[in-house]
Ligand binder design. Sequence first.
Ligand SMILES: Nc1ncnc2c1ncn2[C@@H]1O[C@H](COP(=O)(O)OP(=O)(O)OP(=O)(O)O)[C@@H](O)[C@H]1O
Ligand SMILES: [Mg+2]
Length: 373
Amino acid sequence: MAALEINNVCKDFGSEQVLKDVSLAIDSGEFLILVGPSGCGKSTLMNAIAGLEPVTSGEIRIAGESVTWQTPAERDIAMVFQSYALYPSMTVRQNISFGLEMRKVPKAEREAAVERVADLLQIGHLLERKPSQLSGGQRQRVAMGRALAREPKVYLFDEPLSNLDAKLRVDMRTEIKKLHQRLGTTIVYVTHDQIEAMTLADCIAVMRDGRILQLGSPDEVYNDPVDLFVAGFMGSPSMNFISATLVGGSGAYRLRVETPGEETLELPWPQERETPALGEKVGERVILGLRPEHFTEDDARLGEYAEGVALTPRITVVEPTGADILLQLKLGDGEATARVGPKCRVKAGERLTLRIDMGRAVMFDRETEKRLA
Ligand SMILES: Nc1ncnc2c1ncn2[C@@H]1O[C@H](COP(=O)(O)OP(=O)(O)OP(=O)(O)O)[C@@H](O)[C@H]1O
Ligand SMILES: [Mg+2]
């Protein structure tokens, strides 16, 4: 039985359609991440699941039961809002245990729950303070603690770590992952953070303009995007989109990439990645999608680049990130980013031989922006 099922949900605010026929289902214990640009409807969907906003049409089911017309309290959900409102007159301890008190949980159990989440979220030293005496990041952790003190059917977290510093954020991410592995609770989680999405999710829903464009495992949305938007949205730095002409025919398709002032490249398209759609696009302009890590400068890694094609572009910018180096290079009618190892010694203005792993490349239709192959 699905822990959470959303069937054809639409939500209008006045004349604006904010959710347009949203459907999804997640199993008990699954971790679903919602991503998408600001204003695409993520919080509206969370509020609809929680029962804070009535839907215009469609149905929401929790643990097999329709909750579409139930109040938030009846739905047995714990939520952390994007604007984590705490009760200002209560201490941190009271804020965390209040929900349990409302549910008539005995005192000893409430106290144990407070200790448990305070420890988890590193807020033990703040328990007797009021929200006004906390920093934004501390308040956010208290809001998280308030939700985690309970054991509801579903947790809803709307950007719960957005106000934390980089280190704490990574620590909390690991804690949430551990907690999920230990308790196996069902979680719906909104984030703008790519790494959070990829590391926490069992399943990612990529939203745009009130619709779900793709629902799949992190591996699917990253490596097998359905369209140009999903491909460009997932991953940082973004996938490179290179204008190319499809030439050749079945068994020997190639992508011709013309770069002003450089030799024209013909990149062979791997036969096992051919699709019937390619037949109709021969001679036409298409968009080649290559992630920065699909370029390599390191011959030691060539084994996995059996389809590799060499190019020697001029490097325009070198950006060391610590763990690796990002290179900007001219390719096609624009620039592309390549991610190379930290030992690469190339300088801006020099040329460097790189190989492209065509085994992981993707191709899109220019007009429809849908995946071709
Ligand atoms: N109560 C409301 N009345 C009218 N319009 C609303 C209301 N709540 C949200 N909207 C509109 O609905 C759209 C979706 O908003 P929502 O808050 O769901 O976006 P979001 O994906 O959560 O964005 P963000 O990433 O910025 O939090 C926006 O255009 C917003 O202006
Ligand atoms: Mg939001």
